[in-house]
Design a binder for this molecule. Sequence first.
Ligand SMILES: Cc1cc2nc3c(=O)[nH]c(=O)nc-3n(C[C@H](O)[C@H](O)[C@H](O)COP(=O)(O)OP(=O)(O)OC[C@H]3O[C@@H](n4cnc5c(N)ncnc54)[C@H](O)[C@@H]3O)c2cc1C
Length: 386
Amino acid sequence: MEFELTPEQLEFAAITERWAREKLVPLWTQEADDEGVFIQEEWDAMAEFGLMGLPFPEEYGGADADAVTLCLSSEALGKAGVDAGTTLSYGASTILCGVPIWKLGTPEQKAQYLPKMCTGEWIGGFCLTEPGSGSDATSMKTNAVRDGDEYVINGSKTWITNGPNGHHFVVTAVTDPDARPRAAGISAFIVDADTPGFRVGKKLDKLGCRTSPTSELYFDDMRVPASALLGPLNYGFMLVGKLILGWERTCLLAPALGGIHHGMEVACKYALEREQFGRPIAKFGAIMEKIADMRVAYEVSWGLLYRVADMLTRDEACLTEAAILKTYLSEAAVRCSEEVVQIHGGYGFSKEYRVERGYRDAKLGTIGAGTSEVQRGIIARAIGNF
Ligand SMILES: Cc1cc2nc3c(=O)[nH]c(=O)nc-3n(C[C@H](O)[C@H](O)[C@H](O)COP(=O)(O)OP(=O)(O)OC[C@H]3O[C@@H](n4cnc5c(N)ncnc54)[C@H](O)[C@@H]3O)c2cc1C
């Protein structure tokens, strides 16, 4: 790996972290987390700061930032202690929905969607998972049938981030049911939430990332113009998947890297303040060990994440590297957030210190965007003929 962060990138990360600590973190409330409410004020502040369109070209209102810069700013949000629900909704809109439109969209599609995504007026989402197909995404049932100048889409999706409040979605649907492999018969479409036949289903109650709204979506004889097709017919899924995999396993996970750092900071502060047996608990070897392990996890994850971000910036294939990064970082985040709770003892178990939120939020990393088990399959197959 040969890359160096520029002074401008480092300065941008520092400014983002400072701004997030001062302006964003205070907008989170325990009540919003308890009730599972999206914090619009946080969204608006992030949009005003310029985060929504960070990777998109300037002509659409973006900042033309590369993947490394995007990861640095997202890591900064996690370092500052911004809630993972908000960073998840941000990632689902900008990365899962915006990046495919930017990379695969026609000039008309880009002009239609990207400017208002950059200003934060329009929130996007990405629809792959269905009630019967999660890890085995290509067994999806949602289908799109051509009818004149339109496609008629029928089916349902679940676990859709920003489902209840999204303006538009990149939706995957089978367009050639006989294709083998099945992935070669699945296309992607851009669907507006106000399309007749589009229906938001049940809002899902979750363990963590509670300020990010998640829901089922239903498509009943939903007609979209043929111009809503994103990328080539029958190959949209493969191209979108290939594109998104790298981006979601780095940029979407970067806040979790920052979260490890934030947890370490919070745990150190507490360990130095809390006294037992006549001295700060930080003086006990067992506590020092936990903090040292957090630092190791942060440093190793940092190297893995920015290696993949650099590969993305160079347009290099990074499927295996992204799987290694995702597995290690997401599991390290779960482990570290658990130790932060442990260091806080009983207070860690209460809501008072907010560290239980980090523990609940971290778990999504090992499930969303391809589970740890699926990632290990990718890694093993890259090593040998399994
Ligand atoms: C909060 C949240 C937000 C989400 N947001 C979105 C979104 O915006 N858009 C979207 O499309 N999806 C979204 N998802 C869905 C997410 O991507 C899926 O939950 C994930 O891919 C796993 O699918 P599943 O839940 O159906 O689990 P399953 O695939 O049913 O897996 C169940 C268990 O079996 C294991 N397993 C499955 N296949 C294998 C295998 N081949 N080898 C070994 N073990 C295996 C899994 O690892 C897991 O432990 C979201 C999920 C959550 C929880």
